[in-house]
Design a protein around this ligand. Sequence first.
Ligand SMILES: Nc1ncnc2c1ncn2[C@@H]1O[C@H](COP(=O)(O)OP(=O)(O)OP(=O)(O)O)[C@@H](O)[C@H]1O
Length: 438
Amino acid sequence: MASLRRQIAHYATFPQTGVSLRQMVQFGQNPSQGTLLRASQFLAAELPIRLAHRVKELDELPHGLHKMPSIEKVKRWYAQSFEELVNFPRPELPPNLTEALLRASQESESIPEPKPNPSLPEHMKPRANQLKSKQGRQKMPLHRYYSNPDETIVWPPEVHDYNDKFTRVLSNIKRRHDPVVTTVAQGILEFKRDRQSPHIDRSIQTFLDRFYMSRIGIRVLIGQHIALNRLEPHEDYVGIICTRTNVHQIAREAIENATYVCEEHYGLFKGPPVQLICPKDLNFMYVPSHLNHVLFEVLKNSLRAVVETHGVDCENYPPVKVIVAEGNEDITIKISDEGGGIPRSALPLVWTWMYTTANPENLDQDFQGTDFKAPMAGFGYGLPIARLYAQYFGGNLKLISMEGYGTDCYIHLSRLSQSSEPLQVRTIPRALCCAESC
Ligand SMILES: Nc1ncnc2c1ncn2[C@@H]1O[C@H](COP(=O)(O)OP(=O)(O)OP(=O)(O)O)[C@@H](O)[C@H]1O
């Protein structure tokens, strides 16, 4: 246990390496077993670093939050996943195959090299220099691993086997971490009850921003790897990334889902209408489930605001309008409602974790689940999480409110897909933080 703790502390001293959407797509197109092996090696080096950072941060949470049972539980999951990854046996490759791997990576990939981690055994360290020095060198005959004249590499069963086993480890880790969001939220509730205070301070707010952003990143990398290894190739997909994500279609789905939840929650025969103005052929490269999640959360808020402002008996709700614009840099989605708006003083609070104006009695305070399933409202996680999803691939989410009338939400999605994961989430300005005003 002590040695695991030391190992985690050591890994947490290394910087995380960000990957952009574009890199993921370039790397994952038509992957060979060799490409998948290189991706496995990247993740085997990168994920323990990311997990170690999270364990360290959970350990250092202030005001006794780190001692809350649910936070301890989450920390154990991260430590266990870290341990499984660092102990996962490395593939024993014959030298000529290692050579082939290096050459294949030179020719095809765009995945970044993880930052050198001195704790790795020599044979596992990134070989960037070696790669460079081999450029231009004559190709070595690769004997039985090259089976045909055009030198297509036939990767031996050991490589398939390694990729398969590594994918299985990642699937287990992903499953283990499914309930992280609800369990951390549970930890915050325990903390609030313990302190008999409804507020969390700025350091905890910043921690949660970084923690959940990191979780999105880890899950994208793992999800992408599992999809590349397990899913049948599809012309519009590279792993979980859809190269032709259709905005109209995703928006329609999100509208249907949010309307359904709203009608169920308020017992309405017909919820407020939602108008969609979007070119039907607007496609771009994105992770469809992320876009769906962001739109669903924002629409749910708008529908709730409209119903609660105009009353459940209203027969003629003003419509929620969803307008999509296509620019060179961004695709922007504006969601406008006439739900009475948000008072200016409350606007900074909507970005704080677990801030909600929904009635807490509607919620099971000891909620437990396999993943975060939002009801109509009540966790106060909707907007902060939706903004992190938008920011993860270089976009953003902003609210503009006219108190007494309604709210406009702008979702900016970067089309260029070049920005790397924001592994350091910006700290909230002191003036905007709930803690200072609470
Ligand atoms: N369009 C809107 N109009 C008026 N108030 C809004 C709007 N969007 C958000 N809010 C306010 O911001 C608060 C926080 O929203 P957020 O989506 O983070 O959490 P929630 O909807 O309360 O709960 P959940 O996490 O279950 O979605 C809401 O409770 C509501 O008071």
